[in-house]
Design a protein around this ligand. Structure first.
Ligand code: ZN
Length: 580
């Protein structure tokens, strides 16, 4: 087990680093300043008139789990926000889009990146919780899955690591209005970003990453709800200090961290949404109400993925022993694997294969090994691998091990599908992944016609988003999809990470079906549905959030804007407040 002792040491090292960082206001190269739990740009825009958009970003809240909480009667703030159900996703003053799907992988950092840019992964460049940029031989792990190092997690919170990696404009750049973000990793060009004390935030993630092997006592699980709870006063203080933003993102990561570790993940997530999340939503809605601007505010809810219970043991956690399983396969195919660390040492640069894990999906990156045949030689990663000599032998080794247990018994019956493609020359957009059927590459649509898989939702469309584009090589040269989904027994589900009770990342309905709700207390569902449908089209997805928000911002301004005098001074005297 690599986790627990390492994480304790790391945590100690990390805390001292963070203290040093947080005492130096201008320590990072960004335009942001750090003071307390908040980082603000030097120039924050003045308040702007409504309409306002308040986005609740729930990490890991699947559609069915959120709806169960809302319908239970135990989540009165969210239920009240929607009003009486009218059927087909329509509510008295809300529209809950019934069929919104995630990008692939249905995994946190890639998902929020697609949600808050509106662009597919192969174009925005952020392909997972961790990924490898072959041209630079650089591994990124803002939420580490296969590596123990927390440096990038710290950089995600303190130095805008995800924003720096994104190749397409964020919502905040596209909207060009005053924006603020609480906790979400995508905050580039928002006016300001609020977080709980960054030291304890990184420590929480460290605890979480290290938790794979240990037991989870109920008290220890409280730290995740503390994270969500403590973020709210910070964001409200931000509004007090800097005025209301046209776009406010309220991100709750605790839901996901908690569910990964929950012994009975699905009902416990519903309970969390009722017990922890709903009162926090109530608190923020009450604040907007007191400012007198709730009548001018579109309130949205979106999530990055759902959760699928899995067996929490090393047999099903294919990444728990990093020197076994997938690593054995690339070794059997004659490749030297990359060490599972963020930054390998000077004498560890001779790797020919690298992995990045995303739960139900794993990326395998391969070098043209003719550039580095002998140990000690560094491969030319700027060149793509060769299909016949590099990619195909590895794809075949995964295929036969999955089918027969040879050469690697541990991988038998663990994989659902193996994707690969003929590499494109360096600098050119990659082609979409195809399915390796043991002999040849088959286009996804052609494969699905011959082997229908209604359980893999919009597979072709979503794999295209992931793999075809200027940064399509960030999802590897081979992509492994583990067996997953609620439609198969739990003992047959596998995932790439240390052991947890629940994971996601797959193309299954449970992982991929997410809430997308737009509410406004003084608007009818028909009016909201019209705006949303026009912006999102017939197949709503993560990529629909940006066009929906832009459309909402373009609707008519209503009533008087919030005034600085109304901020933080209890119920305001604006006409909007009086009418409530
Ligand atoms: Zn997530």
């Amino acid at each position: 087990m690599r986790h627990s002792p390492v994480s304790i040491l790391l945590r100690r090292a990390l805390i001292s680093t963070c203290v040093a960082l947080s005492t130096l206001n201008a320590c990072s190269a960004t335009k942001f300043l750090l003071h307390g739990g908040e980082r603000a740009k030097s120039h924050i825009r003045p308040e702007q008139p409504g309409p306002y958009v308040l986005i609740f970003a729930f990490d890991g809240a699947g559609y069915d789990q959120l709806m169960e909480a809302i319908n239970s009667g135990k989540a009165p703030a969210m239920a009240g926000m929607l009003g009486k159900p009218e059927g087909n996703g329509l509510y008295e003053h809300a529209y809950s889009v019934p069929n919104t799907v995630t990008i692939l992988p249905s995994t946190t950092i890639a998902a929020w990146s697609a949600i808050f840019t509106g662009s597919p992964t192969a174009w925005n460049g952020v392909s997972g919780n961790e990924w490898f940029v072959r041209e630079d031989m650089k591994f990124y792990a803002p939420v580490p899955v296969s590596v123990p190092d927390m440096d990038d997690n710290r950089a995600m919170i303190l130095e805008d690591l995800v924003g720096k990696a994104l190749k397409t404009p964020t919502l905040f750049e596209q909207a060009g209005v005053k924006s603020s973000v609480s906790l979400n990793p995508v905050y580039r060009r928002a006016d300001y970003f609020t977080a709980v004390d960054p030291i304890s935030m990184v420590a929480l993630y460290t605890e979480f990453i290290g938790r794979g092997g240990g037991e989870n006592s109920p008290e220890k699980m409280d730290i995740y709800e503390d994270l969500d709870k403590r973020s709210v006063p910070k964001l409200l203080d931000g509004i007090e200090d800097h005025g209301i933003s046209k776009i406010q993102v309220v991100y709750f990561p605790g839901i996901d961290l908690y569910t990964h570790l929950a012994s009975d993940p699905i009902p416990m997530e519903v309970d969390y949404l009722e017990r922890v999340t709903d009162p926090l939503v109530a608190q923020i809605l009450a604040y907007y109400q007191n400012l007198g601007i709730l009548n001018q505010t579109y309130v949205m809810i979106i999530a990055d993925h759902g959760h699928t219970p899995v067996p929490r043991d090393p047999k099903h956690a294919l990444g728990s022993e990093t020197n076994e399983g997938p690593t054995d396969i690339v070794k059997a195919a004659g490749f030297r694997p990359r060490k599972f660390v963020l930054n390998p040492g000077k004498d560890e640069q001779d790797y020919q294969a690298a992995f990045a894990y995303q739960g139900a999906i794993a990326y395998v990156y391969l070098a043209d090994r003719s550039t580095c045949p002998n140990p000690g030689m560094t491969c030319d990663w700027k060149r793509p691998p060769r299909w016949r000599q590099d990619v195909r032998p590895v794809a075949r080794a995964f295929y036969t091990s999955n089918k027969t247990g040879k050469p690697v018994p541990q991988m038998k019956d663990t994989l659902d599908l193996i994707f690969a493609r003929v590499p494109t020359p360096a600098g050119q957009p990659t082609m979409e992944y195809q399915i390796f059927d043991g002999h040849r590459l088959v286009p996804i649509q052609e494969y699905l016609t011959a082997h229908p898989r209604p359980d893999l939702i919009q597979l072709d469309r979503r794999m295209q988003w992931l793999s075809a584009g200027p940064y399509g090589n960030r999802s590897g040269d081979i992509l492994l999809l583990s067996k997953s989904g609620l439609n198969i027994p739990i003992q047959k589900r596998y995932y790439f990470s240390g052991p947890y009770h629940s994971w996601h990342g797959s193309a299954s309905w449970q992982d991929s079906h997410v809430p997308l709700i737009v509410a406004r207390q003084n608007y009818s569902s028909a009016k909201l549905k019209q705006i949303v449908d026009q912006a999102a089209g017939a197949q709503p997805s993560h990529l629909s959030l940006v066009p929906i928000v832009l459309a909402l911002l373009a609707t008519e301004p209503t009533q008087a804007p919030a005034t600085p005098a109304s901020l933080g001074s209890g119920p305001s005297a604006t006409p909007a407040a009086k009418s409530q």
